[in-house]
Design a protein around this ligand. Structure first.
Ligand SMILES: [Zn+2]
Length: 346
């Protein structure tokens, strides 16, 4: 298994049999809906990044496709095992392909055509999973509308998104919503230990945030190493000892999502520390500067940077533009630039 990749070819479905403790409420709710014959046609699973939205989608697929409805998902029947192996003929999973960060219109058309066919099991379900659904481009989203407006009988279409606001309102209004919040550190660590055994999970989560489903796909030691390297580069940039061009080129080339996550977490941490050191709200003006080991970053600038890093994380961009975009942000950490922005050295 490799470090978190940008566009995995296949979704990673870890241990469907072990329900993560922070998803117990959602799984119980879905089971009740299934027993009552009230499973919605379309479900929007709004997840905190890496909190298990896709896991929940595959759990739901097992739930409706299991051959033992009375104790679904049993996890042991042919249907359940095929879902877990991503080989069920009535389940279609759609995600960005190759180097693309987008789900394309052709992929959505194929999915809709597949959902319109009859199930391989008599009277059975057809299931579609779009993840991440916020990677649907405008045309692809439009192509999905007809199926959402007139869903075929016994269809379950699930959209997994961490930023549903990027989807058109016409799509959102036709889906029932299910929220998946980030687990506590304790819950995330407990689940990682159960599914993958001992490892540097705490260090990996320090970097990834409370995103166990990202951590579980990663080599924890490698994630920790990239985290340490990225943080070192940021600290060096802050004192003018690193070259923003070289750093941004390196970041754009490899482990882009992970690097940006490091950047965001690093900024958030600076902000938190600044808040602890000097009374958070009183420092929200442009004048005063916050000190830390002889360097100063203005709180307003920190907020701005965090917003821009988040925006960058959400953009579906080519590697070349990524490098330039992150370089512009990294330059703002450099001492000379900070002085010009009214954020000065001390
Ligand atoms: Zn089963």
């Amino acid at each position: 298994m490799s470090t978190v990749s940008e566009t995995p070819v296949a979704p990673f479905v870890p241990e469907l049999g072990i329900v993560p403790s922070w998803l117990e409420e959602q799984t119980a709710m879905l089971k009740r809906a299934h027993r009552a014959g009230r499973v919605p046609h379309a479900l929007l699973i709004h997840e905190a990044p890496g909190a298990g939205g896709e896991w929940l989608a595959f759990f739901s697929a097992q739930l409706v496709l299991c051959q033992h409805p009375e104790r679904a998902p049993c996890g042991a029947c042919v249907a359940c095992r095929r879902v877990a192996a991503l080989q069920h003929p009535d389940l279609t999973s759609v995600r960005p392909q190759g180097t693309s960060q987008q789900i394309r219109i052709e992929q959505v058309r194929d999915l809709c055509a597949e959902l319109a066919l009859t199930s391989h099991a008599a009277g059975g379900y057809k299931v579609g999973i779009l993840a991440p659904a916020d990677a649907l481009n405008r045309f692809a989203a439009n192509a999905l509308l007809k199926t959402l407006e007139e869903p075929p009988q016994r269809t379950l279409l699930m959209l997994v998104a961490s930023q549903p606001s990027r989807l058109p309102p016409t799509i959102l209004s036709r889906c029932q919503r299910l929220r998946v919040r980030a687990p506590s550190r304790e819950q995330a660590l407990g689940w990682l230990l159960r599914t993958r055994g001992a490892g540097e999970w705490n260090a990996a989560l320090d970097l990834l945030g409370e995103a166990p489903m990202l951590a579980v796909q990663a080599d924890a030691a490698e994630v920790a190493a990239i985290g340490a390297e990225s943080r070192r580069a940021l600290e060096e940039l802050l004192v003018g000892e690193a070259d923003p061009v070289a750093v941004s080129e390196r970041w754009a080339r490899s482990q882009w999502p992970l690097r940006l996550l490091c950047f965001e977490n690093w900024l958030t941490e600076k902000l938190r520390r600044a808040g602890n050191a000097s009374g958070f709200l009183t420092e929200l003006r442009d004048g005063p500067y916050l000190s830390e080991r002889g360097t100063f970053l203005n709180i307003r600038e920190l907020f701005r940077l965090i917003d821009e890093v988040r925006e960058l994380r959400a953009t579906l961009d080519a590697p070349l533009n990524r490098g330039l975009a992150v370089e512009a942000l990294l330059r703002r950490l450099a001492p000379a630039k900070r002085a010009r922005n009214g954020v000065r050295e001390g």
